[in-house]
Design a protein around this ligand. Structure first.
Ligand SMILES: [Zn+2]
Length: 227
């Protein structure tokens, strides 16, 4: 009787263990399936802030309730800290792009690059209270030397390029429809989209195209994220 009781308990215990293992297995696979099917888009705006374009972009992001990442230029931001404040207070990421945005200066050496980044980051800290660890190389990291890329990585910054573009940097003032079409074409087939756009002073049509761009990605069930 006692032996039977012990055997019965052992069987029950083994059965319970198998149940727990199965549930863990299915849970793990379910979350994997969720993660792999989730489509995400990161809206990124370079070269701002500007009085003419940044507030319009912020208004649309607020209306559509999505967050973005602003890669700022220190020389523009220094006199427009109220715009950085607004970006930060409305839940967007304020990240480092450059202080001077002058390629010949910043890419002349590792030291010049880090000096430029730190100067830009001081402007960010004066508004947000902390340094950003997110960085975008002016022009992107494409074609830059390993020496410059490792300089950025060595000081703990994560750099972000893009895989889709409004192509607003390639035109002076492209109609919003062209920017919309470029976005859709370059993002096609991607589950993770990092979209390049600009909020510098000449990019008024970018602000005009933004609402439809956001609506498109919402209709395709993308989740909006910021870095
Ligand atoms: Zn730039």
């Amino acid at each position: 009787m006692n032996r039977n009781y012990h055997a019965y308990c052992a069987i029950l215990l083994a059965f319970a263990l198998i149940l727990v293992m199965c549930s863990q297995f299915f849970k793990k696979n379910a979350s994997f399936a969720e993660a792999s099917t989730e489509k995400t888009i990161y809206l990124t705006f370079d070269d701002g802030p500007s009085d003419r374009v940044t507030p319009k972009i912020l208004d649309i992001l607020k209306e559509e309730n999505v967050k973005a990442t602003f890669f700022i230029v220190g020389t523009s931001a220094e006199n427009r800290k109220y715009l950085l404040e607004r970006e930060f207070e409305e839940g967007h990421t304020v990240a480092v792009h450059s202080y001077s945005h002058k390629y010949s200066e910043i890419y002349s050496s590792r030291e010049s690059l880090l000096k430029d980044i730190n100067k830009c980051n001081e402007v960010i800290k004066s508004v947000t209270g902390s340094y950003s660890d997110i960085y975008r190389f002016p022009g992107g990291s494409y074609g830059l030397s390993d020496k410059l890329i490792s300089a950025v990585k060595d000081c703990g910054l994560k750099y972000v390029d893009w895989n889709a573009s409004t192509r607003d940097a390639e035109y002076y003032s492209a109609p919003p429809e062209i920017l919309y079409k470029s976005t859709i074409d370059t993002a096609k087939g991607r589950d993770k989209v990092v979209l390049l756009a600009h909020d510098s002073t000449t990019k008024t049509t970018t602000a005009k195209a933004l609402k439809n761009i956001i609506k498109y990605f919402k209709s395709q069930n993308y989740v909006f994220k910021s870095f």
